[in-house]
Design a protein around this ligand. Structure first.
Ligand code: HEM
Ligand SMILES: CC(C)=CCC/C(C)=C/CC/C(C)=C/COP(=O)(O)OP(=O)(O)O
Length: 296
């Protein structure tokens, strides 16, 4: 008799995990944790660190699963996403909904009871921002979808900050601004080399609606805005020289990618720039952390 594994390319557990977009959520959670560390001068108290991280990760995973649920027809059309569990018929809509409800509900309960109500409410708002406002309303409506929807992706450091301090300070808003400005060059680099996918699926992403040239210019201009925004933590004395030098080096490399995308575009370059965007954000937030503890 054929084993279960013959019928399913991945285990049931892996299929559910795939719904949560684990790699994206890992970076999201990483930025939330850095927000926690930056919120206090010394060590972070253990309960908000552990339960805040757990709660934010669960709700972010639930939001990603709702996105997979809502977009299953689009995902079936796009080469990049057609291997996901819903378009593959490995999981049903109901299973996805229940899974998302359970992990999201547990995440919110953890945040409310073991962290603080403010963090729970902000995380819920972030969930709604991504799963409903971005996925259901903005994405099919306007090529500015990711600029506005990026606000949800930018929230995690604010959530981390709120988990530890019970409030949101202007320093936390600087971290928000960095991710907010980072999202357009992050996403539009990918959209440039995945344009055919989005056109086929009828999703109005910028290269589809306004063409490559305009998108390449937008990537360049937003990268300049991003690098300017990354100077703010130093300008406001939130961070010191270690952070500033890291932000300048990382930013110079990013601008070099953006210039080349503008003047000498190739898909390969856009792919490299997209990959770099992820390394960039992880390294920038690591620099914030190192600088916070090794300040001179
Ligand atoms: C509205 C905001 C965002 C949009 C539209 C967006 C879009 C995308 C897309 C379409 C991919 C898929 C690449 C692929 O699988 O081929 C991706 C990958 C990724 N994104 Fe974003 N992103 C957003 C925000 C964020 C945020 C806030 C973070 C983290 C802080 C993030 C981190 C990542 C990471 C780590 C990957 C790589 C995943 C992998 O290697 O499988 N993204 N993003
Ligand atoms: C804390 C919390 C609740 C966070 C939620 C925010 C969140 C999960 C943001 C993720 C951003 C993301 C995966 C964008 C992918 O774009 P897409 O959905 O257009 O990509 P796709 O084409 O791969 O589905």
């Amino acid at each position: 008799m054929a084993s279960e594994a013959t019928w399913h390319p991945t285990s049931r557990w892996q299929q559910y995990l795939q719904l949560t977009k684990p790699r994206v959520v890992s970076l999201i959670v990483f930025t939330a944790v850095i927000g926690m560390f930056l919120a206090v001068p010394g060590p972070v108290p253990l309960p908000p660190l552990v339960f805040g991280t757990l709660g934010i990760a669960l709700v972010a995973g639930a939001a990603a699963a709702v996105n997979c649920l809502v977009e299953q027809k689009i995902d079936a059309v796009m080469t990049r996403t057609r291997g996901r569990p819903l378009p593959q018929g490995q999981l049903t809509s109901l299973q996805t909904l229940v899974f998302s409800g359970v992990i999201g509900g547990v995440g919110l309960a953890v945040l409310y009871n073991l962290v603080n109500p403010l963090t729970m409410w902000l995380t819920l708002a972030t969930f709604v921002g991504y799963a409903i406002v971005y996925t259901v309303v903005l994405k099919p409506l306007t090529p500015q979808n990711i600029v506005i929807g990026g606000a949800s992706g930018a929230m995690p450091p604010v959530l981390g900050w709120a988990a530890v301090t019970g409030e949101v300070s202007h320093d936390a808003l600087l971290l928000f601004l960095i991710i907010f400005a980072w999202t357009p060059p992050h996403f539009w680099s990918l959209a440039l080399y995945r344009k055919q996918d989005y056109a086929k699926a009828g999703v109005p992403m910028l290269p589809v609606t306004h063409g490559d040239q305009f998108t390449r210019l937008s990537v360049f201009l937003y990268t300049l805005i991003l690098v300017a925004v990354t100077l703010l933590p130093f300008a406001t004395r939130m961070s010191g020289w270690i952070y500033l030098s890291s932000a300048l080096v990382l930013g110079a490399v990013y601008i070099a990618y953006a210039v080349r995308i503008y003047v000498a575009y190739t898909d390969r370059l856009a792919r490299q720039a997209f990959r770099y965007s992820i390394v960039y954000l992880a390294a920038l937030f690591s620099a914030l952390l190192v600088d916070h503890y090794v300040r001179f």
